[in-house]
Design a protein around this ligand. Structure first.
Ligand SMILES: [Zn+2]
Length: 287
């Protein structure tokens, strides 16, 4: 299936018009290498698949198991909310974000990795149910590439906001509204998907869907204030990141191969962030 195209024409990833696969520059819009070295069609086939949703859920499940087995004696067993919770050390090692990793240890890349880690069995179940609910709908409206981009960027926006507030703003704030010292979970990205659906609705795409997403966002946000230990700034940053990305990506224009390419780069950077967390974290945790 991964066959490189060497002759004929392809759709330019920038302007959507037909260009020869061997052209150096698109004659219509001037984009360099519009044939993507023959891989443009492979990427388009990939794009029709919503395999990204399975990728998110599968990766989160594998990473959750890894954070558990890395330190079995540190697994928390108290109460329903913290049943089967990986130790803080494991979570730090695999790339938890927050004021301590980002500003204390200069692990700035953890704003990418933290979305893929979870703090208990209920935490991952709850978040993956939301991913299953929202990601396919977002992928249908925005295309899978833009859905994945929104997911990644809003997660990073949420953890950047929460870590920054945690490091510099907490002394001003009441205890229920503080930035996090150590934070993980897909909920910043989930709020990003909600932001994308709200944006789609407000721009006239589907009022009913937009209102539904807004209701969910408000309920989940209020829920975060009532429950202890919820990272409300990650939720806020994730929502704003998803809404902002949706403005930039404009769902009313068709998805291009470039969006898919950018999503793949985002996933590779995320994987690199997890690997960097492990490689640079091992000497710290082993001490
Ligand atoms: Zn073009």
């Amino acid at each position: 299936m991964l066959k490189r195209q060497t002759s004929g024409s392809v759709v330019c990833p920038s302007c959507g018009r037909l260009v020869g696969v061997q052209e150096d520059v698109c004659p219509h819009c001037g984009r360099a290498s519009p044939g993507l070295w023959g891989f443009s069609r492979v990427l388009q086939v990939l794009g029709q698949d919503v395999g990204f949703v399975k990728l998110i859920i599968g990766s989160c499940a594998v990473l959750y198991l890894l954070t558990l087995v890395t330190n079995p004696s540190g697994i928390g067993t108290g109460g329903a909310m913290s049943m089967l919770s990986p130790s803080s050390g494991s979570l730090f090692l695999f790339g938890a974000s927050g004021a301590v990793p980002v500003f204390g240890y200069n692990r700035w890349w953890t704003i990418l990795s933290a979305s893929w880690l979870h703090g208990s069995l209920l935490h991952i179940l709850f978040n993956m149910l939301w991913v299953r609910q929202l990601a396919p709908a977002t992928a249908r409206l925005y295309g899978p590439g833009r859905m994945m981009l929104i997911y990644i960027v809003s997660g990073a926006a949420g953890f950047l906001l929460s870590s920054t507030v945690g490091a510099y703003g907490n002394f001003l704030l009441p205890p229920f509204l503080r930035g996090a010292n150590l934070t993980i979970g897909a909920s910043a990205s989930i709020f990003g998907l909600l932001g994308a659906l709200v944006y789609f609705g407000r721009r006239g795409g589907s009022t009913a869907l937009g209102q539904q997403a807004w209701t969910w966002a408000v309920v989940l946000f209020v829920f975060g204030f009532i429950m202890p230990g919820i990272d409300n700034f990650a939720h806020l940053g994730g929502f704003l990141g998803g809404y902002g990305m949706s403005r930039v990506l404009n769902p009313f224009k068709p998805e291009k191969v470039d969006h898919l390419l950018a999503a793949l780069i985002g996933l590779v950077l995320t994987l690199a962030a997890i690997l960097a967390s492990l490689a640079l974290g091992l000497p710290l945790v082993a001490r």
